[in-house]
Design a protein around this ligand. Structure first.
Ligand SMILES: NC(=O)c1ccc[n+]([C@@H]2O[C@H](COP(=O)([O-])OP(=O)(O)OC[C@H]3O[C@@H](n4cnc5c(N)ncnc54)[C@H](OP(=O)(O)O)[C@@H]3O)[C@@H](O)[C@H]2O)c1
Length: 329
């Protein structure tokens, strides 16, 4: 019997940006052991998706061409593979697909059951699809790297969040405010009121002199920086850190890695901590529940149909999204 076909968007070599994406018909993937097959309702893009296409991770990713990009998906379970116990067909879920295989820019995708979580009716597909990479990175940076307790039980900490209008940053502001924190945030002038509405205590326009210098308007020294922007040198952070302040760099380049090594070797009290997301279903479930309870919002920059995936891709590359870019198959 001929395999059922689906519409997907893929690329077959490095480079090319949005024009490198091709609309194709490919077989609907079948779930293997401990996998679920999903009919996708929403997929969100992350900068890593186009960075993989650019060849910035070419030692590891993609594993092979052609490659259907994107990993953050929400949809309905339509088939379960052998060994799947926690999900059944018809269930609404959110999942993070493996970056090795991608698969998000398509009508159907397969996800590991261990990285799939249930999505209650109160949480829309688009809101849920925003969460995996961006929400989990914000969660990991705050809880694991900065040691913030999101139940508010920890001691008070001053946090700086750069690029607070972006995918990771807007979740980081909201999550940080669940803890016992004072949050300073940076964003462009047009988003200052928006970032305040997410709970930031003070907001700096990153294009002003104080914003460029990351200076807290109330004179706070930061115990942790959740650094979601790029291109800010250690010398800018250093004078703004408290005695044991840490910069959690989620896009660490060679100079950040050098700073990390030097600070470690010299037993500096101020540290740079590079972060690589290790996704965990229990944390994704926690975030979905916060959205359900109205304690966390997914800010949606824009929605695009799968046939307009190139526009969504170009927007992500442009680097000026306010919140999450969503593609709806
Ligand atoms: N380590 C990991 O596992 C991991 C996981 C997730 C993301 N990341 C990385 O983290 C970075 C952020 O990801 P994202 O999804 O949040 O990106 P994003 O949504 O594309 O970020 C766009 C936002 O950043 C703002 N922005 C840009 N430069 C800024 C600056 N210098 N100061 C303040 N705001 C600035 C833009 O504001 P304007 O439009 O006003 O300029 C825009 O709202 C990316 O480099 C991504 O690859 C790493």
């Amino acid at each position: 019997m001929a395999a059922k076909l689906m519409h997907a968007v893929q690329y077959d070599k490095y480079g090319g940006g949005a024009d490198g994406l091709k609309h194709v018909e490919v077989p609907v993937p079948a779930p293997k052991n401990n996998e679920v097959s999903l009919k996708l309702e929403a997929t969100s893009l992350n900068p890593v998706d186009w960075k993989i296409q650019k060849g910035m991770l070419r030692l590891f990713l993609p594993r092979k061409f052609p490659y259907i990009p994107a990993t953050d998906v929400a949809g309905e379970v339509v088939e379960v593979g052998p060994g799947v116990k926690n999900f059944k067909t018809g269930e609404k879920v959110v999942a993070i697909l493996s970056h090795l295989n991608g698969g998000g820019l398509a009508e159907y995708a397969v996800a590991k059951d261990s990285l799939t979580v249930a999505r209650p009716p109160e949480v829309s597909a688009a809101e849920a699809a925003g969460l995996p990479v961006a929400g989990l990175t914000a969660h990991q940076a705050l809880t694991q790297s900065a040691g913030i307790k999101l139940d508010g039980s920890g001691k008070q900490a001053n946090i700086l969040i750069t690029a607070a209008s972006g995918g990771v940053g807007h979740y980081a502001v909201q999550l940080a405010k669940l803890g016992n924190t004072h949050v300073t945030a940076t964003c462009g002038a047009r988003n200052i009121e928006l970032v305040k509405s997410f709970g930031a205590d003070e907001v700096l326009d990153y294009k002003t002199p104080d914003g460029t210098a990351l200076k807290s308007p109330s004179g706070k020294k930061y115990d942790a920086v959740i650094h979601c922007a790029t291109g800010i040198p250690w010398s800018t952070f250093e004078p703004n850190l408290s005695e044991n302040g840490k910069v959690i760099d989620i896009t660490p380049g060679p100079s950040a890695m050098l700073t990390y090594a030097i600070k470690k070797l010299t037993l500096s009290k101020k540290q740079l901590v590079p972060l690589l997301l290790i996704p965990k279903a229990e944390n994704l479930s926690y975030l979905v529940n916060l959205v359900k309870e109205g304690k966390l919002k997914t800010l949606i920059d824009s929605k695009h149909s799968l046939s307009q995936a190139k526009d969504a891709w170009a927007k992500s590359i442009d680097g000026h999204a306010t919140g999450k870019i969503i593609v709806e198959p």
